[in-house]
Structure formats: structure tokens, C-alpha cells
Design a protein around this ligand. Structure first.
Ligand SMILES: Cc1ncc(COP(=O)(O)O)c(C=O)c1O
Length: 402
């Protein structure tokens, strides 16, 4: 018996977990009827007591796992101290988190927000403001096919998901799309009208698509040669997910603007836009939001980032990557999977057929959460604290679900 749960592991057929009022929720995504009631570390439990090994972690959000003690203390301490002074007043956690992020990066300033989409909107606003001052008339932001930058109207336009650019017309303009990882097609469109190039260092929602090794460096060169800004959306790849604090640090390339979300909040709504000094051009009134920099969220962000930059943490992520990769490669060889790809603890496998939803449904019934990112792609994004035995358990449950 685990001190935080039951030993009821599989198969997961827990009874009476379906709330009869779920039809009161707007239909935005299909969900299994099970109701999740508790989480700890790499595990989730539903109302029937069934336990799930969680390799989705709220879509790469719970960087320290469920109910991480640091996060629980930060939330409870801060909740009893100060929750919402006002975005127009300073608060300590916001100042401390800003200092921590800036000391551990090449950026000069940060602004906190509540979601990845909102951070990307702020990045676009910052770029447009910079353009008004430094490249008047240039408004094009070049993004990539199959990119995912969020679900606000502008970020749906910016994203390269098929169909999104027309879903809710009229859609905001100013975005052009080129194939991801293909520098030649970018070279063909970049020019005097280009304000910025905006990419994910690894495309997450597209199915963990890793670009060619020199791609980020070539993007930097192309942006510089065209007096355009380089924006990295590190909402999914940032805060240790790829084994370094930020994914771009693997490449020795610094963007002008970077966005963070997901993992920085460890499960609470927190996001950030950061920029190098030359791109920090917001003036009073240009940007804001009721909850921006809220101390309850930034206290959690501080606890998360302090944990991740502590000596040894990222080395452990890198070690676990080796074990995850080799386990997935072993399965890939035995089941004729086409590819194992990723970095750090953001991984995917490409299957020979469009069976990822079937496999993830079976895995769910076998007490394992994995994400069918694409019809033929399964994605793995465990807690950055996942243990070797949890990686082994995942591989066993996955194999049992094939
Ligand atoms: C790379 C990237 N950018 C932006 C977002 C949007 O973040 P949010 O859902 O917090 O708005 C996501 C979410 O999956 C993402 O993966």
C-alpha cells in the first residue's frame, strides 16, 4: 500500500465513476467517464480507486509530478499570506521569480501571464511594437505548418494546424506558414515584410517533431540577416523538459523573445514572455491582465524553477531520458515502430499504422496514461521526477496494451 493511495492497479474497471451531470459541460473533447480525484508523483487515482501511471501529466504541465511537496507548500504558504494584491502593485514572489529566471537565462526582462497562448499573444504584441520602432511596415510573422501556439483567435492563426486558420472567420492576419525544419522554404519567403520568425524548438503537439540539428542556428542567422526577430515558443519544451532549462540551450542559440507556460507553473496557470534587452520595448499601457504576476502563481513558479535549477536535477532528467529512449527503442524494434524521437522527457514513437488512439485507450484500461498526439504517434511526457522503476512499469504496461 502506497501512503498516498490504494494498491488497486489494473485492470481499471472502477464502477460508478461517471457523473450523471457531465452533459452540463460544453462539448470540447471526448473524455472517459472516470473522474480523477487524486494525484501523487507519477500516479493519478480515480473515484473508484483505480490507479494510473501518468505519462501525460496534464500535457507536460506537472513538471514535478502530481502534488509535489514544494508546490503544495508554496501554494498553502502563499495562500495564507497574500493572493491578489493587484497587478498594479509589486509582490515578492513575482519579483523573486523574475530574478530567478533572468539570472538563469540571457534575457533582460520578463512579463508573467496565465497561459501559453496568452504568452504567445504577448510575444506577438512585443514583436509588433518593436517593428513599429525598428522595421516600420513589416508585419509578417513566419510560423510553421503543424505548429501549435495556443487557442486564442490570433494563436489559432499563428498555429499551423490544418483547418485552424479558417475555423472562426474572420481570423487575425499577419501569419505566414512554412514547413517546419526546412530552412530553404523559409529563405524563400523571408524578406523586408518579415517582422519575426516564430517556432517551437521541438514541435510538441505535432507529435514531438525534432528539427535538423542546425535548424535553430540557421533561423537565428536568417533573422539577423533580415533584421527580423526570432521568437521561440518554449511553452512545452522549456523549464527542464528537454534536459536543459530551455531547449534552445542545446543549440547555443538565443532568441530575441521566448515564451514559457505549462511546466513553469507545475500544474497551476502560469506563463511568461521573456526578451533580450533590445526587444524589451513595452511601455505603460501596452500589456496587462488581472492575474498577471499573481503571487499565488508566481510563488509556485519560483518553487518549480528553484527545484529544476538545483544541482543534479537536470542531470537526473538526462539520465532518465537514456532509459526511456532505450526502452522505447527496444519496443520499436520488436513491434516494427518507425521512429523513436524526442529529447529529455518529451518523447514520441511513430507507429506503422494509425492506431495510437486504440493503444492509448487500451493503456488507459491497463492503468497507463499516454497521449495519442497524432493518429500514428504516441507521446510520452512524464513528470521530470519520474523514477527508473516507473519508466520500466510504463514500458511493461504499454507492451501489455499493444
Ligand atoms: C508549444 C505550445 N505553445 C502554446 C501552447 C498553448 O498553451 P496553453 O494551452 O497554456 O494556452 C501549447 C499547449 O499545448 C504548446 O504546446
Amino acid at each position: 500500500m502506497n501512503s498516498h493511495g490504494t494498491t488497486n492497479t489494473s485492470p481499471n474497471t472502477s464502477p460508478n465513476t461517471s457523473p450523471n451531470n457531465s452533459s452540463q459541460l460544453m462539448a470540447i473533447t471526448p473524455r472517459p467517464s472516470n473522474v480523477m480525484v487524486r494525484g501523487f508523483g507519477s500516479y493519478l487515482w480515480d473515484a473508484g480507486g483505480a490507479r494510473y501511471l501518468d505519462f501525460i501529466q496534464g500535457w507536460a504541465v506537472n513538471s514535478l509530478g502530481h502534488a509535489a511537496p514544494e508546490i503544495v507548500s508554496a501554494l498553502t504558504d502563499q495562500a495564507s499570506t497574500l493572493i491578489s494584491p493587484s497587478p498594479a502593485l509589486h509582490n515578492l514572489p513575482q519579483l523573486e521569480l523574475a530574478d530567478l529566471l533572468i539570472r538563469n537565462s540571457e534575457f533582460a526582462q520578463v512579463h508573467f501571464l496565465n497561459s501559453g497562448a496568452e504568452a504567445n499573444e504577448a510575444a506577438v504584441k512585443l514583436a509588433r511594437k518593436w517593428g513599429q520602432q525598428h522595421k516600420p511596415g513589416a508585419v509578417d510573422i513566419i510560423t510553421t505548418h503543424n505548429a501549435f501556439h495556443g487557442r486564442t483567435l490570433a494563436m489559432m492563426s499563428a498555429s499551423g494546424k490544418p483547418g485552424w486558420g479558417q475555423m472562426y472567420p474572420p481570423m487575425p492576419a499577419g501569419f505566414r506558414h512554412v514547413p517546419f525544419g526546412d530552412i530553404a522554404s523559409l529563405q524563400a519567403v523571408v524578406g523586408p515584410d518579415t517582422l519575426a520568425i516564430m517556432v517551437e524548438p521541438i514541435q510538441g503537439e505535432a507529435g514531438v517533431v525534432v528539427p535538423p540539428p542546425n535548424y535553430l542556428r540557421e533561423l537565428r542567422e536568417l533573422a539577423d540577416a533580415n533584421n527580423a526577430l526570432l521568437i521561440f515558443d518554449e511553452v512545452q519544451t522549456g523549464i527542464g523538459r528537454t534536459g536543459k532549462l530551455y531547449a534552445h540551450q542545446h543549440h547555443g542559440v538565443v532568441p530575441d523573445i521566448m515564451t514559457l507556460g505549462k511546466g513553469i507553473g507545475g500544474g497551476v496557470p502560469l506563463a511568461a514572455v521573456m526578451a533580450v534587452e533590445s526587444a524589451c520595448c513595452f511601455e505603460y499601457g501596452n500589456q496587462g491582465g488581472t492575474y498577471n504576476g499573481n503571487p499565488l502563481m508566481t510563488a509556485v513558479g519560483k518553487a518549480v524553477v528553484e527545484t529544476i535549477v538545483a544541482p543534479g536535477f537536470l542531470q537526473a532528467v538526462q539520465q532518465r531520458e537514456v532509459q526511456l529512449r532505450s526502452g522505447l527503442e527496444d519496443l520499436a524494434q520488436r513491434y516494427q515502430w518507425l521512429e523513436v524521437r524526442g529529447q529529455g522527457l518529451l518523447y514520441a514513437v511513430r507507429l506503422p499504422t494509425a492506431t495510437s488512439a486504440e493503444i492509448s485507450d487500451r493503456a488507459f484500461r491497463n492503468g497507463l496514461l499516454v497521449n495519442p498526439a497524432q493518429p500514428d504517434v504516441l507521446r510520452f511526457m512524464p513528470s521530470l521526477r519520474v523514477s527508473l522503476s516507473e519508466v520500466r512499469e510504463m514500458l511493461e504496461r504499454l507492451e501489455a496494451s499493444l
